[in-house]
Design a protein around this ligand. Structure first.
Ligand code: ADP
Ligand code: ASP
Ligand code: MG
Length: 408
């Protein structure tokens, strides 16, 4: 007998029939003797609908009230799933984030979980109930409703699994595991039986939305046994995230490709080439709470230099406005940008010991006439910024160039 935390995403609870199916799946785990705590997302499309509604009322929605609105999606599905379980004779009880007490900090719309009270959940499990918890939401120390950022139900599930010391956290979604790249973009993508924690962390942070980045961070910190599985098909082991490298396993040089459309490039042209200029530009951006990702400063020429960096698309307008307001004091000739760019990244722990990976990547893109605007690298990944119209093509050709379409 094990304690399982099972998380079902939006598509998996997207209709009454799907919710009834989830109930059957939970019933099966119970029949095998397991205790189950379930985390659910809002029905698919619901969170987008709520975001759009808020924007119809306020151009920049008040963050506290935005969370009040966003958290409603998950409250619907926990109640419906509890009913579906009761209907097939399984005692169940639903909880919102604040009822459990999933306590977070107060950064509305991107809050971090600080503490989870497991007492009510433990009592219910002891009484033979299935516990159902609303994903994506919590409450801050003052009692304000918070949400954890898009895709945050994954993080709720892993955090609950850590708090409950669950035997496994199972992320049920609309694909049957973690693939070499998004199977919706590259049909030849292959499911991985296991993926190392480090690689999963990179893939998630570089845009593979199959797991929210914070859920992977949390899993690593508390060594949660984490598995991604399909809620739509039966059987199958899914993909297990592993924490120890198997020394006997031949490491693929590149094990996966991630992409991120949520990118915008900012160019600051003709700034004085002197110490402190990067700080003047990026300091102003950081003070406005805008995260900067890739950065490049060109070699100076005749006393001036150019500076480019990327921000998420939602911050694009704000960043341009902000820099234009300080353009004179920075002494920049011109500030412009492009919000139709995307980032494509190759990831693999095998890259550590191979130096020719970058050249293969750049050659492959050159052969398709895809221009690279920015590059950033680390030990186990290389990212390039390109025009978004080449996203699918770039992902496809790189997937093939690194042999990911073939059985390893
Ligand atoms: P859920 O609603 O269950 O949380 P998401 O839509 O957030 O589901 O995440 C699942 C989706 O992630 C898949 O449908 C797939 O399109 C996408 N995805 C992106 N990269 C990958 C990958 N490497 N492996 C599997 N799925 C991926
Ligand atoms: N419903 C939230 C979202 O759409 C959280 C989640 O699905 O994980 O982002
Ligand atoms: Mg998700």
């Amino acid at each position: 007998m094990a304690l399982l935390v099972q998380k079902y995403g939006g598509t998996s609870v997207g209709s009454p029939d799907r919710i009834k199916n989830v109930a059957k799946r939970i019933a099966r785990a119970r029949a095998e003797g397991h205790d189950v705590v379930v985390v659910v997302s809002a029905m698919s499309g619901e969170t987008n609908r709520l975001v759009a509604l808020a924007h119809e009322i306020q151009e920049f929605p008040d963050p506290r009230e935005m969370d009040v609105v966003l958290a409603t999606g998950e409250q619907v599905t926990i109640g419906l799933l509890a009913m579906a379980l009761m209907d097939i004779g399984i005692p169940a009880k639903s909880y919102t984030g604040w009822q459990v007490l999933v306590q977070t900090d107060n950064s509305h719309t991107k809050a971090r979980i600080e503490y989870i009270d497991d007492s009510k959940m433990r009592d219910d499990l002891a009484a033979g109930k299935v516990v159902i918890v609303a994903g994506f939401q919590g409450v801050d120390a003052e009692g304000n409703i918070t949400t954890l950022g898009r895709g945050g139900s994954d993080t709720s599930a892993v955090a609950l699994a850590a708090a409950l010391k669950a035997d496994e956290c199972q992320i049920y979604t609309d694909v049957d595991g973690v693939y070499t790249t998004d199977p919706r973009v590259v049909p030849e993508a292959r499911r991985m039986n296991t993926v190392s924690f480090e690689e999963m962390l990179e893939l998630a942070s570089l845009g593979s939305k199959v797991l929210q980045i914070r859920s992977v961070e949390f899993a690593g910190k508390y060594k949660v046994r984490l598995r991604v599985l399909s809620s739509l098909t039966d059987g199958g082991e899914g993909t297990l995230i592993t924490y120890e490298e198997d020394p006997n396993m031949e490491k693929a040089i590149v094990s996966g490709i991630a992409f991120d459309k949520n990118q915008a490039r900012i160019n600051v042209r003709g700034v004085p080439d002197k110490p402190g200029i990067a700080y003047q530009i990026l300091g102003a951006v950081a003070d406005a709470n805008i995260d900067v990702d890739m950065i490049i400063q060109n070699a100076g020429e005749e006393g001036t230099t150019d500076f480019s960096f990327t921000v998420s698309r939602g911050d694009y307008r704000h960043t341009i406005d902000l820099l234009q307001s300080v353009q004179e004091s920075i002494g920049a000739a011109d500030i412009h940008g492009d919000d139709t760019v995307c980032k494509v990244s190759i990831v693999g722990i095998g890259m550590r010991s191979h130096i020719d990976v970058a050249s293969t990547m750049f050659r492959t893109l050159a052969e398709e006439n895809i221009n690279i605007q920015l590059i950033s690298t680390s030990e186990i990944k290389i990212s390039v910024l390109i025009d978004e119209k080449y996203l699918e093509l770039a992902t496809r050709v790189l997937h093939k160039a690194f042999g990911l379409d073939r059985q390893q």
